[in-house]
Design a protein around this ligand. Structure first.
Ligand SMILES: Cc1cc2nc3c(=O)[nH]c(=O)nc-3n(C[C@H](O)[C@H](O)[C@H](O)COP(=O)(O)OP(=O)(O)OC[C@H]3O[C@@H](n4cnc5c(N)ncnc54)[C@H](O)[C@@H]3O)c2cc1C
Length: 286
């Protein structure tokens, strides 16, 4: 039994179902209403400990997404990325940087005004609405089933299945009383895309930052202005992209489309520790 139908729950359920286990998914909300659907979503370095494990996970997920980018209909592609910002220790990059494909420093002339450091790379970019649809189809083909059903305790799930995997995202805060999970709010604005291909990511220790994700012509340009830990907030002028941050003149012509901006909390685990734990048989832990 997998509890949760965001990207973690669907991926877990697919791995189990394709390995031959009968799998059910219980979720309070369907994939289209999860945090997962509004993610940018860029594969990127993870800095959680233990680094020996998280580096291996990073490398594996990079291989998986590179392979998915070769399969039609997954919503995954390899995109040019420009990451700029106040990067501490730019001369001494962490070991995670070695895994980022094609990572190279920008020449000063390649940087937008106001930024002193930047890197270019080629990273997997995932159009989440399409990717979640792909995962749903793949789960269904492997025999997995989803039921919309909120659970009040993991014991409820353990009564019907010998193994329960908790993939409830931020819901785990209430479900297992884990106060260390902190919401981190992001503003998500879908804009028309006049042909921008590059992903723009601001890397900073500041409380707010901006990203542009050029999902696909159909998916538009996904703009995340003012993402940060403080709580929901709206930047004025969200009808137009903040072209000052985007080093491409065409950004000024982007216009908001679709429904109103959505504020979505994303789980924010403590930076120091990975959250996956496998309890011994017969125990119920999350
Ligand atoms: C604006 C924004 C941009 C982001 N960009 C990126 C990015 O570029 N790259 C990246 O890696 N990450 C990004 N993230 C973070 C990413 O979206 C999340 O880490 C990820 O989607 C979490 O997925 P999940 O499956 O763990 O949780 P969720 O997507 O939150 O799914 C949780 C599931 O559990 C269910 N659930 C919760 N409680 C219960 C309960 N009691 N009973 C039953 N079901 C329950 C929910 O209904 C849902 O189905 C971004 C997030 C935001 C908000």
């Amino acid at each position: 039994m997998v509890v949760g139908a965001g990207v973690s729950g669907l991926t877990t359920a697919i791995c189990l179902a394709e390995a031959g286990s009968p799998v059910r998914v219980w979720a309070a909300e369907p994939p289209a209403q999860t945090t997962s659907i509004v993610a940018g979503a860029l594969w990127g370095p993870a800095f959680q400990e233990p680094a020996s494990q998280t580096l291996a996970w990073m490398a594996q997920s990079l291989r998986d997404f590179q392979e998915l980018a070769r399969v039609a209909g997954t919503g995954v592609r390899l995109a040019p990325v420009l990451a700029v910002g106040e990067l501490a220790n730019v001369d001494e990059l962490p070991p995670q940087a070695d895994l980022v494909p094609g990572l190279r420093r920008c020449a000063p002339s390649q940087l937008p005004p106001g930024f002193t450091h930047g890197f270019r790379a080629t990273m997997p970019l995932i159009d989440m609405p399409r990717y979640l649809e792909y995962l749903l189809n793949r789960l269904s083909a492997a025999g997995g089933e989803i039921e919309i059903r909120p659970v009040e305790s993991l014991t409820e799930a353990a009564e019907v299945a010998p193994i329960v995997v908790n993939c409830t995202g931020l819901g785990a805060r209430e479900l297992v009383g884990d106060d260390t999970l902190q919401p981190m709010f992001g503003q998500h604005v879908v804009l028309s895309n006049p042909g921008l291909d590059q992903v723009f990511v601001e890397v900073t220790e500041a409380e707010e930052w901006t990203c542009f994700f050029s999902a696909s012509p159909a998916g538009g340009l996904r703009w995340h202005p003012g993402a940060g830990p403080l709580g929901p907030h709206t930047r004025p002028g969200c009808d137009r992209a903040d072209s000052a941050a985007m080093p491409d003149d065409r950004a000024a012509s982007c216009r908001r489309r679709g429904p109103r901006d959505r504020h979505r909390p994303a789980p924010r685990p403590p930076r120091g520790a990975a959250r996956g734990r496998a309890p011994g048989p017969g125990t119920l832990r999350a």
